[in-house]
Design a binder for this molecule. Structure first.
Ligand SMILES: NC(=O)c1ccc[n+]([C@@H]2O[C@H](COP(=O)([O-])OP(=O)(O)OC[C@H]3O[C@@H](n4cnc5c(N)ncnc54)[C@H](OP(=O)(O)O)[C@@H]3O)[C@@H](O)[C@H]2O)c1
Length: 262
């Protein structure tokens, strides 16, 4: 593939490490064809750490030689390459304490955990949060973020990963192959749902009245479709999908979805 063309507000990054995300697998399998209609040939890759080699005339915050990391914008992805052009606004200076590989593992799972727990659920010190699949990409980050905020964390995992999630700070660990989390947990303020519809239904039962459930496993929501400028028929299909799959993006027990998405 030719080197990417640099737009005025973009920065050209030489890729040193790239993370492989679940989203790359889903796009490869065609699951996002409707909402992210990529054309072939396509470079996948949503997570990157590397070094700035060139800046566009409107990019002001970075200079050649800066070590950076990013989750490139949709339709400008392609971190499985030697170079990638990334909008300046989507780029950050890499923390010095992290290696390139460590930094490249963070952006998309980190943003997902941040948006779900902090921006949507408004998780606070002293609250109880149940994070499904604590050993996964999102789960491992979400546990650490929730502990940083000062919440009590319960999570599910298989036996092999119990020590891992405990080392990340999980307070209550449930082996999902042996025990039913809905029989152990109760009165939770927040649930981060990432599994199937059965887990969603059980999770609603562990919430306290007025608690919040955030789902990151359903199809994209209408707000996302609007954000990417999707045509009207895509927005309509997304709305129908959300109303039939029973995996709302944001739900308070006993109340209507405040985002009117589901
Ligand atoms: N990755 C992202 O940035 C991102 C962004 C938005 C949404 N999502 C969605 O979030 C979900 C998780 O993504 P991920 O990237 O974190 O996946 P992942 O890294 O592949 O991790 C999945 C984890 O699920 C656990 N698991 C499997 N069956 C389970 C069950 N019945 N109960 C509890 N845990 C179970 C596995 O744990 P064990 O190995 O211990 O069995 C595994 O660690 C997916 O639905 C994905 O589409 C991901």
């Amino acid at each position: 593939m030719p080197s990417p063309e640099l737009r005025d507000d973009e920065v050209l990054v030489q890729v040193h490490a790239a993370g492989v995300n679940m989203l790359d697998a889903k796009i490869r399998d065609g699951e996002f064809k409707l909402i992210l209609p990529y054309r072939l040939p396509l470079l996948l890759g949503h997570d990157v750490a590397g070094v700035v080699v060139k800046v566009g005339p409107l990019a002001r915050r970075f200079k050649p030689g800066d070590e950076v990391y990013a989750r490139p914008d949709d339709f400008r992805i392609g971190t499985f390459a030697e170079y990638i052009a990334i909008r300046e606004e989507s780029l950050a200076i890499k923390p010095k304490a992290l290696s390139m590989e460590e930094a490249a593992s963070i952006p998309l799972v980190g943003l997902t955990a941040w948006q779900a727990l902090i921006e949507k659920a408004n998780l606070k010190k002293g609250q109880k949060v149940f994070i499904q699949a604590g050993s996964g990409g999102v789960g491992t980050f979400a546990i650490q973020l929730a502990k940083h905020v000062g919440a009590t964390v319960a999570t599910t995992t298989s036996s092999a990963n119990i020590d891992l999630v405990k080392s990340l700070g999980a307070d209550i660990v449930i082996d999902y192959k042996k025990d039913d989390f809905e029989k152990v947990l109760q009165n939770y303020d927040v649930v981060l749902h990432s599994q199937d519809a059965a887990a969603l239904e059980k999770s609603l039962r562990v919430l306290k009245p007025g608690g919040t459930l955030i789902s990151i496993s359903g199809p994209p929501d209408p707000a996302f479709a609007t954000g990417i400028g999707a045509p009207w028929f895509v927005k309509l299909i997304v709305r129908l999908l959300r109303s039939t799959t029973r995996t709302p993006c944001f739900m308070r027990r006993g109340r209507a979805c405040p985002m009117n998405n589901c």
